[in-house]
Design a protein around this ligand. Structure first.
Ligand code: NAI
Ligand code: MG
Length: 372
């Protein structure tokens, strides 16, 4: 029996191509793993009305970790679902399987390392080395949303919230409400994860990203929790910044930042900004990490316009595989893989289109594998 069971979730579009590339390097490393395919994505929503079928959930309950490619996600309303023959009459509304996966398996940490590998022509500046901890299950992504707004909710809000009176005369179908829900426990978990990481890897500063001066209840809770937790980590500086100012400071001086921690939405935004500073979507890798399961993925989507061409950059996914090796405790393999990626980037002989080259997805993977 193999040492590890890995769920293998290619998903849609280029997700399939980049996972094929990741498999090349993992095979070259001889990771003692059984890779088990799982169905996920748009295709299954259209066929079965479920983009994240029960059998895939069962699979994830029985593996050590998962590699996930990307999915095609569309905001389909019930009326549009009626137009898909297989789904007609079922009253279904599309929900992102990724958000569901994160909530179902409590993958509360979204870890995104942001590193400028020397020689990458896409680096915004050299020597950037930031790690983003994004809360992954709560906040504006909690899925509690209303459009149209139910009458009971409006009446309740009118009773208990003064500022809400500004909306009292708007017809219920002419506005929408999305709830930003942040819990003390959820905030503690992600903030502790960030501080533990800083401690383990000798990082000096944790910057909390928020907007507590305006969004006082939720972001206030997050920031206050960070202040409490920071007391337990005397060697590590607690820093904070408003999300809007943060986007500016990050561009101006990325070297001021070390570890960032943020609620879900702000974390999503800054991690994309950070990813662009070190090469963009072809380099952005991410781990969705819980206490029992972790799912590793490139941060990009299914890029339908490139699907079938095998031309996108697989480095993001290969770096996600490196993160998986770290999570599994295969430190030597992880270091070896990262060094191989760094070497190929530095040599600059093999480059995909985004890096200004003509090489294909699997050529890049084979070049990296040749260094292992
Ligand atoms: P996308 O990330 O799929 O692609 C946007 C553009 O980024 C591409 O057209 C391409 O120019 C570039 N790009 C992406 N990956 C690349 C790579 N590996 N190498 C080089 N260039 C790359 O975003 P888009 O087009 O907005 O969304 C397409 C679909 O993906 C949508 O249905 C969206 O909902 C979904 N999506 C899924 C995500 C996931 O599965 N985690 C994340 C983001 C979007
Ligand atoms: Mg994103």
């Amino acid at each position: 029996m193999a040492k590890y069971k890995i769920a293998w979730l290619p998903g849609d579009g280029i997700g399939i191509e980049v996972l094929e590339a990741a498999k090349i390097v993992l095979d070259k490393l001889n990771l003692d793993a059984e890779y088990i395919h799982g169905d996920i994505g748009w295709e299954f929503w259209c066929k079965e009305g479920d983009a994240f079928p029960e059998r895939t959930i069962d699979l994830l309950n029985n593996v050590n970790a998962a590699m996930f490619g990307a999915i095609t996600s569309k905001p389909v309303k019930a009326a549009e679902a009626e137009l898909i023959p297989e789904l007609k009459g079922k009253g279904l509304v599309y929900r992102s399987p990724i958000v569901r996966m994160r909530q179902l398996f409590d993958l509360y940490t979204c870890l995104r390392p942001i590193k400028a590998y020397p020689g990458n022509p896409l680096n915004f500046k050299e020597n950037i080395d930031i790690v983003v901890f994004r809360e992954n299950t709560e906040d504006l992504y909690s899925g509690v949303e209303f459009n149209p707004v139910p009458e009971e909710l409006r009446d309740l809000l009118l009773k208990i919230s003064k500022p809400f009176s500004a909306f009292k005369d708007i017809p219920l179908d002419r506005y929408a409400i999305s709830c930003k829900i942040n819990t003390k426990k959820g905030s503690e978990k992600i903030i502790c994860a960030a501080f533990n990481f800083a401690k383990k890897f000798g990082r000096k500063k944790v910057t909390v990203v928020h907007k507590a001066n305006v969004v006082r209840a939720t972001d206030g809770l997050f920031f206050e929790t960070a202040k409490e937790i920071a007391k337990d980590y005397p060697g590590i500086q607690l820093d904070d910044a408003n999300i809007d100012a943060m986007t500016m400071w990050l561009l101006k001086n990325p070297f001021n930042y070390d570890v960032l921690v943020a609620p879900n939405l702000y974390g999503d935004i800054i991690s994309d900004l950070c990813a662009q500073m070190v090469g963009g979507l072809g380099f952005g890798c991410s781990g969705n990490i819980g206490d029992k399961l972790a799912v590793f993925e490139p941060t990009h989507g299914s890029a339908p316009k490139y699907f079938g061409q095998y031309k996108v950059n697989p480095i993001a996914t290969i770096l996600a595989a490196k993160m998986m090796l770290d999570w599994l405790g295969e430190k030597d393999m992880a270091v070896k893989l990262e060094n191989a990626v760094a070497e190929v980037i530095k040599e600059g002989k093999v480059r995909t289109y985004d890096m200004g080259g003509n090489n294909k997805t699997l050529e890049m993977a084979n070049e990296i594998a040749s260094k292992l």
